[in-house]
Design a protein around this ligand. Sequence first.
Ligand SMILES: C[S@@+](CC[C@H](N)C(=O)[O-])C[C@H]1O[C@@H](n2cnc3c(N)ncnc32)[C@H](O)[C@@H]1O
Length: 208
Amino acid sequence: MSAHDRAAFLHEFARAPFTVGAVAPSGEPLAELITAPVPRDGDPLVVELGPGTGAFTAAIQHRLGGRGHHLAVEVNERFARRLATRYPEIDVAVADARDLREMLAERGHHQADVIVSGLPWAAFTASRQHDLLDALTGVLAPHGAFTTFAYAHTRWAPPARRLRRSLDGLFEEVVVSRTVWANVPPAFVYFCRRPRVPALAFGWRGRS
Ligand SMILES: C[S@@+](CC[C@H](N)C(=O)[O-])C[C@H]1O[C@@H](n2cnc3c(N)ncnc32)[C@H](O)[C@@H]1O
């Protein structure tokens, strides 16, 4: 991660703190961990939500090794532009992750094999969390994996506890990683598999 990435990140945080949700990009140890479900064979469709300056992007590209399709969805236009310039081989969409279903359909896809999220869940309201989780579970393949991270110091805050409850309701398997102390700030990953279909417990719409 370059000093330029760190400066750009801080700048964007100052402009939109509740969208960027962090003052610094994630580090490589967290990127390695959160991208672990990206398969090393086949042609998977990997969706990355909220790539920012690309902390997880390089790790996903490394695991894909030129295979599959990597769609990065970033709501911040400046972040998206930087990412598209740096990684011309990636499909970068300047869009809200809430519109994931439409984005996949436009590309002739209906299901993602892996969804890696960099979204700042703790900065979101309950209804925003709900809409985003609804969108991503609506396109995750039954065999698929969803990974997302949280900061250790926010683990017991109401938005983080709400996210955990929602994940437990939406997936049969939610595994919490060790804390990555090398990250600033320290963080951990949720590995979610076997989406419940449909997510009736929450009265949310299922897949069509
Ligand atoms: C905490 S940063 C994480 C950036 C990067 N993944 C990392 O770990 O360093 C959150 C990112 O999510 C983006 N974001 C927030 N809400 C979004 C949404 N609804 N759709 C797409 N991107 C969003 C922000 O612009 C920002 O780039």
